[in-house]
Design a protein around this ligand. Sequence first.
Ligand code: TXA
Ligand code: MG
Length: 323
Amino acid sequence: MAAVLPYTDDNIDLAAGALRSGGVVAFATETVYGLGADTFNESAIGKIYELKQRPVRNPLIAHVIDLPTARRVSTGWTRRAMKLVSACWPGPLTLILPRNPAVPLAATGGLDTIAVRSPKHPLARSLLYAMGGPISAPSANRSGGVSPTTAQHVASDYRQHTNLMVLDGGPCVLGIESTVVDLCESKPVVRRLGVVTIEQLSELLGAIEVDMPTEQTASPGSDLRHYAPSVPATLVAREELAAALAAGEPAAVICLPGVHIEVGSGHIRFEMPPDADGYAAHLYETLRRADAAGCGRIVVELPAQRSGVWSAIVDRLRRATSA
Ligand code: TXA
Ligand code: MG
């Protein structure tokens, strides 16, 4: 089992030392747990790809403590970028900017652009501060799997890696990955939905576009099937739930309040919080529990709402359930 370490000054120093000497460390952020390495150390970056079994063309997010560090990894700090940073950093917003040539191509999947984010979680910030430089980190799941929102999730994903340090910052309060906005096009383009909503971004920037991978356009690393449990999962509207459950073997059912499941039917019910923030915070944890429930399938109720954070939740549910 990977080693789960409590959030103490000594453990932060230990992890920062490991990062500075080219190691990989898992750590809490407010969105999901990340698997980090020194952005400027090509061989350390290589270890992330190896551990995650991530396609090498899938670029990483550089995590930074502040704007001066962001400038060490990126250029193109226009007024538009500054406006986003003043409103949303530290927090769950990732910007795509031109890559500073000092950053090895290995850290950006070979791209001339780089994703940058300043996380809000105190543990992530302490680690960045102690490390003294940017930390490139994807979500700490195995490639294609469900993102981890607790240190225990990471430890169980890397069961065989007994020397992987996992800094435990408790359950992630937001629970889904950051919103990704690409500022390298003439208009800002949202590449991934998250807790920073389209509504908030439009208010800050005016016209924005949304362009996310679909089955037709999916490029390596942005596959539609992502965040997926190992058991087959389907997404069905409430009106079709009863028929879907009647039609097959017992299921782990992830639903909103108000769905009744017959006692003795063999189905196992996982009730989600009715509000978007609560739903997002528990989404991945629930997908993992449903996956481990011992049923042959997972059936997820498709939430009816689409405003604000719900659009990001529905996006993740579609990916988790796409065949
Ligand atoms: O909340 C988060 O963003 C978490 C925590 C750990 O910070 N990290 C995370 O990283 O979700 P990852 O690697 O799982 O997702 C990064 C996303 C991917 O969809 C990737 O394709 C996109 O950001 N991305 C990274 N660099 C990019 C670039 N230069 N151009 C376009 N997309 C990029
Ligand atoms: Mg990920």
